[in-house]
Design a protein around this ligand. Structure first.
Ligand code: LLP
Length: 422
């Protein structure tokens, strides 16, 4: 996505637009998103698994333009709140292609989902099944979220396939089968399948394969014990992206082939019809299509370290502090022969943990006023941003074929004060 080959004067292009021009026009910090790259990635998922439904997980980046691109590319949409659903509604996203998630959907979330007629709601507690049962009208389609007991070996905060966390009904303990019975007892609900999501930023295809096998095993058990044939199996998202230079892309073809074979094999051995698969990529659709621009505010020597402080920080990217995430950083718009040395890029916020990138190589003559680009920031940046220290959230700028458009404007001090009623 970041086009280094065409750069001149140390500039870089995204979507055919020079980053220096974007910084001059829209200021810093700003989030950039490359529309063609989002669309290309969306298509790659559909092509890798033409038989499956691909539902984009809107939690990664949700705004009207992105959700419209997703619709135009023929994907479905995973929403997990009335707010994410409101974005979908604002662009007229077809209700039957929406799946609603959440471990603690509020009555408002459920009412919004029912009101819009979303295709499926993924239930995640017995209380929710009761609540939905009394709010919904037949046939509200539901999936039961199952915890398959697969350790996806990712950061603990985003590992959701193991037992000791809040999501899903345990497969091993029998809770998942109880939940299925609970849904079947609700006259307004129609159970159409099972769902699992083992975690996020998962690199190992084998983890998905194991989850798929276990889930088909549960489908088979339900078939044998209850005579149920569920037509859908949603395997969630979680496909890793390369954050650092030199890291590999997720093996999407390997995933598609191995999961397809595993599901077919298990179904065959249990004499079960093959369910329609759904996958829910979020990060891998938008992450690598995004770049964040910062301006260096000052450079300071502190002990053995050089601190390069920028005009953003943990309010626009809390991922390093939340998950120990690492990024590469590029100097943009200036050629230099200065050797590179490791520096620590920090934010402007009032805590020592506000580090965007520790020990990243940057030219030794880095100085105030320099422009920096952080690649792979399209997912869980705009959507995780906060107003910490009363800092307005950056704008989101779409770029495509040499043209830049403000998709979401930046927050002003007036915006911040508008909700403060004194
Ligand atoms: N489906 C479900 C049910 C999910 O909970 C998630 C992510 C996805 C799909 C999409 O996962 P993805 O393909 O984007 O990995 N804030 C964290 C990530 C949290 C992921 C939550 N669920 C981060 O910045 O790493």
């Amino acid at each position: 996505p970041l086009d280094t080959a065409l750069g001149h004067d140390g500039d870089l292009l995204l979507g055919g637009v020079p980053l220096t021009r974007l910084a001059a026009q829209f200021g810093t910090p700003s989030y950039l998103i490359d529309e063609n790259e989002v669309r290309r990635r969306a298509r790659a998922y559909r092509q890798a698994m033409p038989e499956a439904e691909v539902a984009y997980a809107g939690k990664a980046l949700s705004c009207k333009a992105v959700v419209r691109w997703i619709d135009e590319e023929g994907l479905s949409l995973d929403v997990c709140s009335a707010g994410e659903l409101a974005v979908a509604r604002a662009v007229g996203f077809p209700a039957e292609r929406i799946v609603m998630h959440g471990n603690a959907k509020t009555p408002d979330d459920l009412k919004a989902a029912i009101g819009y007629g979303v295709g499926r709601i993924v239930v995640d507690s017995l209380d929710e099944i009761d609540q939905l049962g009394s709010l919904a009208r037949y046939p509200q389609r539901v999936l039961v979220r199952v915890t398959p007991g697969v350790d996806a070996r990712t950061h603990r905060a985003i590992a959701t396939g193991v037992e000791d966390q809040k999501f899903g009904f345990s497969l091993a303990s029998g809770a998942a089968e109880d939940a299925v019975r609970h849904v079947l007892a609700q006259p307004s609900l129609r159970l159409v399948g099972l769902h699992c999501h083992i975690g996020s930023q998962v690199t190992r295809v084998a983890s998905f394969e194991l989850a798929a096998r276990r889930m088909v095993g549960l489908l088979a058990a339900l078939h044998a014990e209850h005579g149920l044939t569920l037509p859908q199996l949603d395997l969630g998202g979680g496909f890793a992206v390369p954050y650092l230079d030199g890291e590999d892309e997720f093996d999407l073809t390997g995933f598609a082939n191995r999961v397809r074979v595993a599901v077919h094999y298990e179904c065959q051995s249990h004499r079960l019809p093959v369910p329609r698969l759904t996958i829910e990529p979020g990060r891998s659709i938008v992450g690598p299509a995004g770049v964040t621009l910062y301006r260096v505010v000052n450079v300071k020597q502190g002990g053995a370290r050089t601190f390069v402080a920028v005009d953003g920080g943990m309010s626009d990217n809390p991922r390093p502090s939340l998950y120990g995430a690492r990024y590469s950083v590029r100097l943009v718009g200036r050629h230099t022969r200065a050797p590179r040395r490791p520096v620590t890029v920090v934010g402007r916020h009032c805590e020592a943990g506000d580090v965007l990138a520790a020990d990243v190589p940057l030219p030794q003559d880095i100085r105030a006023g320099d422009l920096l680009a952080v690649p792979c920031t399209g997912a869980y940046h705009h959507s995780l941003a906060s107003n910490y220290n009363q800092v307005g959230r950056p704008p989101l700028i779409g770029v495509r074929d040499g043209v830049a458009t403000v998709l979401v404007r930046g927050e002003t001090e007036d915006d911040l004060l508008a909700r403060d009623l004194g």
